[in-house]
Design a protein around this ligand. Structure first.
Ligand code: RFL
Ligand code: PHB
Length: 391
């Protein structure tokens, strides 16, 4: 098999990249380990920055998002049972964000891939990367019990945090920065009317978040100890704990209902630098992970592949490797901005088991300051909205 761009992973990064390349007349083959049903069953992100919305619109992928997505002018923060406050990023920056599920984006991306006849193999196992330091890289793998080889001009690793691409970088090239947090998020989906606003809550009992997928589908999270299992959290216990972390005025508006999905995710910040080596490029979770507090993971996957598709188009159409050479540095500027924001919001809104009294008081003071200062809110709004794309 032969292609111009071999893409590992059919998550949002891999599928969107193949779509953007196709629009530039560049051929790609996507190799995915899981079945399509499995990829579509993963419930993850729900908030799209205005930058991501623009990228999807420009790519002709926004019809359903524009119909079913819900625009928000800002988000709400509640703390320790007191009155909540609204951070109006739309008013401060003129850049609203949209709630629209990653599952729906995956569906839209698969539909677009089918429509253009994208080469996309599911059930691919044992991928190994070869020749990334030379001019003719290739991938070896098994598919339907047969050993296969895919020759290409470039390999793009969109294979998430646990995929093989990042590990294929030669020793000594990569520098990794990591922070693991001492708690996880338990998330549930329920067919209930969600709150109007995406609402983050800090409480000494722990963090909580109310989000939405549509007018009849809510997405809810609470901070839980890392050792907790899903079986420890029957719905009744979840809702009681969830409501206890919000001020009463908000708790009264929360509709309870049976969960239709429940999962626990650990929280981690991670960045691998550089995001390219030779003929190998990394995009999305393959190169970086953020804790979900800033709702940045999916948005970074989208901005990475935007930069990378532009760089590859310039390589094929203008014979220029300048943008490809700058890809890692350009993408990392936006990555570090979101990594820092997600780390900051995680520190601000979670209850850290080992925090000293001093640290707790300082954290509460920061929340009080944020509540009282429109300038502090504007700074947060700017970070939550995300950096604009570099031209
Ligand atoms: P993905 O979505 O993980 O897709 C990677 C794809 O690569 C495939 N793959 C392989 N294919 C072939 N061979 C191999 N050896 C392979 N190894 C892996 C995988 O099957 C998969 O299909 O990465 P991508 O495309 O970079 O997209 C990134 C986003 O998915 C991610 O940043 C966000 O979903 C992060 N994230 C969240 N972000 C938010 O903004 N809000 C959230 O609430 C939120 N919740 C989450 C999340 C990530 C989670 N993960 C990764 C465990 C909850 C979870 C559980
Ligand atoms: C979600 O809707 O799933 C969501 C919203 C905001 C976040 C994280 C996840 O910060």
């Amino acid at each position: 098999m032969k292609t111009q761009i071999a893409i590992i992973g059919a998550g949002p990064a891999g599928l969107l990249l193949s779509h953007l390349l196709h629009r530039q007349g560049i051929h790609s083959i996507v190799l995915e380990r899981q079945t399509r049903d499995h990829v579509l069953s993963r419930i993850r992100a729900g908030v799209l920055e205005s930058t991501s919305v623009e990228v999807l619109r420009a790519a002709g992928l926004a019809d359903r998002m524009d119909r079913e997505g819900h625009p928000h002018d800002g988000m709400r923060i509640a703390w320790a049972g007191r009155d909540s406050f609204y951070v109006n990023s739309g008013q401060m920056l003129g850049r609203p964000f949209v709630t629209y599920g990653q599952t729906q984006i995956q569906q839209d991306l698969f539909a677009a891939a089918d429509a253009r006849g994208q080469s996309l193999l599911h059930g691919v196992h044992g991928i190994t990367l070869h020749g990334i330091d030379g001019a003719s890289p290739s991938l070896a793998f098994t598919h339907q019990s047969e050993n296969r080889e895919l020759k290409c001009d470039y390999i793009v690793g969109c294979d998430g945090f646990h995929g093989p691409s990042r590990r294929a970088m030669p020793a000594g090239v990569l520098r990794e920065y990591e922070k693991v947090y001492p708690f996880g998020w338990l998330g549930i989906m329920a067919r209930v009317k969600p709150l109007d606003d995406v609402t983050y809550a800090y409480h000494p009992r722990g963090f909580a978040l109310a989000s939405r997928r549509n007018d009849k589908l809510g997405r809810f999270y609470i901070q839980v100890p890392l050792e907790d299992k899903i079986e420890d959290w029957p719905d009744g216990r979840f809702w009681a704990e969830f409501k206890a972390r919000f001020p009463q005025a908000i708790a009264r508006q929360i509709e309870e209902g049976p969960s239709i999905e429940k999962s626990i995710a650990p929280l981690r910040s991670f960045v691998a630098e550089p995001m390219s080596h030779g003929r190998l490029f990394l995009a999305g979770d393959a190169a970086h992970i953020v804790p979900p507090t800033g709702a940045k993971g999916l948005n970074l996957a989208i901005s990475d592949v935007h930069y990378l598709s532009r760089a590859l188009a310039s390589r094929y159409h203008d014979a220029s490797e300048e943008l490809l050479g700058n890809y890692s540095a350009t993408a990392l500027r936006r990555v570090w901005s979101s990594v820092r924001t997600s780390w900051h919001l995680t520190n601000l809104l979670h209850s850290f088991p080992a925090a000293t009294d001093f640290e707790r008081r300082a954290q509460e003071h920061e929340l009080a300051y944020l509540q009282s200062s429109t300038r502090a809110q504007a700074a947060l709004a700017e970070q939550y909205a995300g950096l604009p794309l570099e031209i």
